[in-house]
Design a protein around this ligand. Structure first.
Ligand code: MBD
Ligand code: FE
Length: 284
């Protein structure tokens, strides 16, 4: 699928890649949603917009700006970015409301399935001399009853030291800083990687124009993305952040939770940092 690797670091290029990825993952279509439910949700959404128009006396000039902007979001391929930054966190909140295990948070637009398989102690695929502070991320996967989950897998993906994701920014090896780790027979893992940098969502596309027009900032704190799964258990999609890092307190995507903030210490081998974080999965 190298044909969708972006050639330029533009909003349109990474947006097109994210849109194409979403389509090829065959997310369930509208046909799965009951007509009554569509009626309720669409009516309430439209009515909420009417209320805003009345309350703020929205003008034709503003209506036309909105229309032009909505058209452009699609042309930039930025619907995945827009939705995952400003809407997904509430969907995740509702979806995980009854879970007891580890906290999850949003997936975001840059997940790619089928990353290279790695063993329980492994180094993520990276370039020779990959920039960034080395990080040993280790822990154990258990069930809510404490049983170690020897069959668990951990998919991990994150930005590099410049804040770029492989397959969504140009010039990076296809699977850079992406891998699927199988834990050992006691559920343990030791993943060697580098600490990602804070991430700024593209400023040259429609989402960037909204941010600039509203006087917001475009930053997400540095984060690791993870999907943790095991037979007979619910998959957790989550992210982990770094204590004291910039924008941990004001993530543009509202996806930080206190339980998800790591506090790495010096690595035992003297090389960078290490941190332990255990995942607890709910039964299916
Ligand atoms: C990201 O890396 C991300 O995690 C989210 C949620 C949105 C944009 C970029
Ligand atoms: Fe991300």
């Amino acid at each position: 699928m190298t044909d969708i690797i972006t050639e330029q670091a533009t909003a349109a290029a990474s947006g097109a890649a994210a849109t194409e990825r979403f389509r090829t993952r065959q997310h369930s279509g509208a046909t799965d949603v009951d007509a009554k439910r569509v009626d309720t949700l669409a009516t309430e959404l439209i009515t909420a917009v009417h209320d805003i128009v009345r309350r703020h006396k929205v003008t034709y000039a503003e209506y036309d700006v909105l229309k032009a902007w909505l058209i452009q979001v699609g042309q930039d391929g930025e619907w995945p970015l827009f939705l995952d930054v400003w809407i997904e966190h509430v969907v995740e909140e509702v979806a995980s409301e009854n879970r007891e295990g580890s906290k999850g948070t949003i997936e975001g637009p840059y997940y790619v399935p089928d990353s290279p398989n790695l063993s329980a102690e492994a180094t993520l695929p990276m370039r020779d001399g990959e920039e960034g502070t080395p990080l040993l991320f280790q822990g154990q996967v258990t069930s809510v009853d404490g049983t170690p989950l020897s069959g668990a897998t951990i998919e991990i993906w994150h930005a590099d030291n410049d804040g770029y994701y492989a397959q969504f920014a140009p010039g990076l090896p296809e699977w850079n800083l992406r891998g699927t780790v199988t834990v050992d027979d006691r559920g343990h893992f030791r993943i060697h990687t580098i600490e990602p940098a804070p991430y700024q969502i593209p400023t040259d596309g429609s989402c960037g124009r909204l941010i600039a027009a509203a006087g917001w900032h475009a930053w997400r704190p540095a984060h690791l993305h993870l999907k943790v799964s095991a037979p007979g258990h619910q998959l957790i999609t989550t992210q982990l952040y770094f204590k004291g890092g910039s924008h941990v307190e004001d993530d543009i995507a509202s996806a930080v939770k206190p339980e998800l903030i790591l506090d790495p210490g010096p690595a035992a081998d003297g090389n960078g940092h290490e941190v332990t974080y255990d995942f607890v999965l709910d039964k299916a």
